[in-house]
Design a protein. Sequence first.
Length: 422
Amino acid sequence: MRSFIKKDLLIFLRDWKELLTVLLLPIILVIVLNFAFAGLFDSDDGVSMDLQLAVVNQDNETEAMEQLKERLVRDAAFEEREANAILEAAGEIQPVQLISDYLESDDVKEWVTVHHLEEKAAAEKVKEGELDGMLVIPQGYTADSLYASFAGEPPTTSMIYKIEEETTDSSALQQFIQGFIEQLNYQFAMQEITGGAEIEADLPEGGMEDIGAAHDFTMTQYFTIALGGLFALFVVATVAMKTGVEIRDQVFNRILLANSHPMRFLIGKMASTICLVVLQIIFVLLVSHFLMAVFPDRSIAFWGGVFVMIVLLALVLSGLAAIYTALLLRMNSVDAANGIFMFFTLLFGTLGGGFVPIYMLPEWLQQIGEWTPNGLFLSILTEWVQFENLSSIVQPSMFMIGYFLLFTFIGLALFPKRGKAQ
């Protein structure tokens, strides 16, 4: 078995042109793209947002208290004295006033500009793109929400958030509003638990919340990882293409004549692919790191995790090399097989974010790209670089192992039996 692995490694390493391509070209591209896309992914502590929101208030808070008292007495069978006590408590948590105070608070005003408009005018401005969204407070909202709180029934009226199309800004607005509604529902729940006792209605604090990433994920880190994975695909294609040279030189036939099991030939390809991919990606990551400080101040545990993920990718790509090798041995034309290998290399490279930043692709292509070997590798390392949390990468790592087993099984199934190779 050792001789088969040594054979494949020597065949690859003797091709100095190919060797320099997969080792030096990724580093050159990282440096070039680092300048070409300067500032695209870097974090900016001074970033600001100007979200435009229309508030359409169709409710009447003066009439709301009368409607609430009437419903408490009529529908919930409260006595007059109890209903008056509830109305007094309800005056402390007027929903419409609370959301108005929330949106007009100093923290939220840094991000959101509120426009009080009629529904028709607001809808036109949202459609024309002048506003990011509109919040409609329907008639009877105050009375219904307060009645639902005190009577312990689900509300029948709710605020309506409308947008023309989903964008980053409209989604951010929705998060602001959702945060307020959750806090308001909490206050209503507390009101029900305390049986109508007076409670303090605290408004949620506005602003942007840090989700707790321990480290930023920079543009240089993205390109280093993405290009390392991309050129690992080229390594796989090259290892498989060398099989064409061995067919021409009758190497495979000599293996059969030597009464050596042909499966050793395939396993040798897989083992050499693992070695070459691991060495290639480690070389690209380390050289890029020392040239541009890609991963500054990281612990030994971090680098250990990176190495494990590189090995996982190498395992997956060894299975892909098994498929390529088996296909080439079954095909009559080596050039046609090489064309197929290059097609899949370019396809995986594009979808996995190797040729262009994956964030520039349509969302549906991003979702597909995350299931390519190099795209999944990029996703796992992105999580690891930012959070260095084992729990967040366990499931993707299982997917990588699953890919390895699936690709290996397909390669073994396609591998020609003794005497069947072209």
